[in-house]
Design a protein around this ligand. Structure first.
Ligand SMILES: C[S@@+](CC[C@H](N)C(=O)[O-])C[C@H]1O[C@@H](n2cnc3c(N)ncnc32)[C@H](O)[C@@H]1O
Length: 348
């Protein structure tokens, strides 16, 4: 059983979440200096609006990060020792007054986590290439006035303290939560090419645009990479509840915090998923693995191991205890969902 909750409120004060009770944070905050979030930041500190109007871009930028920093400090309070933090963030390019420049959001966030004593781990570039003919900025073909077009965002990864040690039942859960060899090869590469539109089960396009949601694949990978089944994952900027839904599928507990009550309501509706739709995602994952094995040349296939819970072949010994369960039911009580799981049954 897992539970999934949306708390409506400002994540700079998550007093209902006990100290060190969260195993993993997966999130995407509002991006400082991206215009769609100006109002949200200015509401939390009205001096930001003045700075933008007076053409003080860097001053506004730093004040927006002060707001995020108070939330990162609160995240530090609730995160367990050895827990991970994964933050999807894009940098901003913008002209304020008459000055064009880059506002490097990922640098500010890395500096904040370093100052809180975290270990910075290798990050991921999420590449979102555009084919728009007008994507290049500045002076065209004339030198010294044209600017590189940004087509990637970052997924920053931090760890609190030292490596997590798994003992006893924890060790078994870790083996059960392992990922497939071929998934490892893609998920742990530093370049992810996932289309912003590759998400079909979450809300309407208008809602997705309004809340700048990420594709389900992003939190799904991160949750599988940095937590084990039964862990608790927090998204302090929950938006449409994408991280919560990824956790339902991956058998982790989840808590989302969202300041905007309308968006929180949409998240809660999104989380009311049809069990069969979520099970299709689980089924596709297993089918992709079986196809991968099927396509191996005979001389590689004979070297494979057999996975005990599912009976299919796997590339390495570490994958022999992987157990992926499917959802048996989802029930709602107030702002919380409870998911039940059962043994995976292959679909026709
Ligand atoms: C980039 S969106 C997150 C989208 C989310 N990853 C998804 O897939 O839907 C940022 C969200 O953070 C919320 N937010 C902004 N400031 C907040 C704060 N201080 N506390 C909690 N939520 C906040 C915004 O309302 C917005 O929904």
């Amino acid at each position: 059983m897992t539970t999934h909750e949306i708390i409506i409120g400002n994540s700079n004060n998550m007093s209902s979440i006990p100290n060190r009770s969260i195993d993993l944070i997966v999130t995407s905050p509002p991006y400082p200096m991206i215009e769609m979030w100006d109002e949200m930041f200015s509401l939390q500190n009205p001096a930001i609006k003045n700075d933008l109007e007076l053409g003080n871009g860097n001053a506004a930028f730093l004040k927006m990060h002060d707001i995020l920093n108070s939330i990162w400090k609160e995240c530090d309070r609730v995160l367990a020792d050895n827990g991970f933090v994964c933050i999807n963030i894009g940098d901003a390019t913008r002209t304020i007054g008459d000055n064009f420049q880059l506002y490097s959001n990922h640098t500010q966030i890395i500096n904040q986590f370093v100052s809180m004593g975290y270990s910075v781990l290798p990050d991921i570039h999420w590449r979102k290439q555009s084919n728009a003919p007008n994507k290049f900025m500045g002076s065209g073909m004339y030198p010294a006035g044209a600017y590189v077009t940004y087509e990637h965002e970052y997924i920053l990864v931090f760890r609190k303290g030292r490596r997590r040690i798994f003992k006893g039942e924890g060790k078994m859960l870790r083996q059960k939560s392992a990922f497939f060899w071929e998934e490892r090869n893609i998920w742990f590469s530093d370049l992810w090419e996932i289309k912003g539109t590759s998400q079909t089960i979450i809300s309407s396009k208008a809602d997705r645009d309004r809340s700048a949601s990420f594709p389900l694949e992003i939190p799904f990978r991160l949750v599988n990479m940095y937590s084990v089944q039964g862990d608790t994952v927090l998204d302090p900027f929950a938006g449409l509840g994408t991280t919560n839904i990824a956790c339902m599928i991956a058998k982790r507990n989840s808590i989302g915090v969202e300041i905007n009550s309308e968006i929180a309501e949409i998240a809660l509706n999104n989380m009311n998923q049809n069990v069969n739709d979520l099970n299709k995602i689980i089924d596709n994952r297993i089918k992709r693995h079986m196809e991968f094995i099927e396509n191996l040349p005979e001389d590689k296939k004979v070297k494979c191991y057999r996975n005990s819970p599912h009976g299919f072949l796997v590339k390495t010994k570490q994958e022999t205890a992987i157990e992926i369960e499917q959802l048996a039911g989802i029930t709602r009580k107030d702002n919380k969902y409870v998911c039940q799981y059962e043994k995976y049954r292959p679909k026709a």
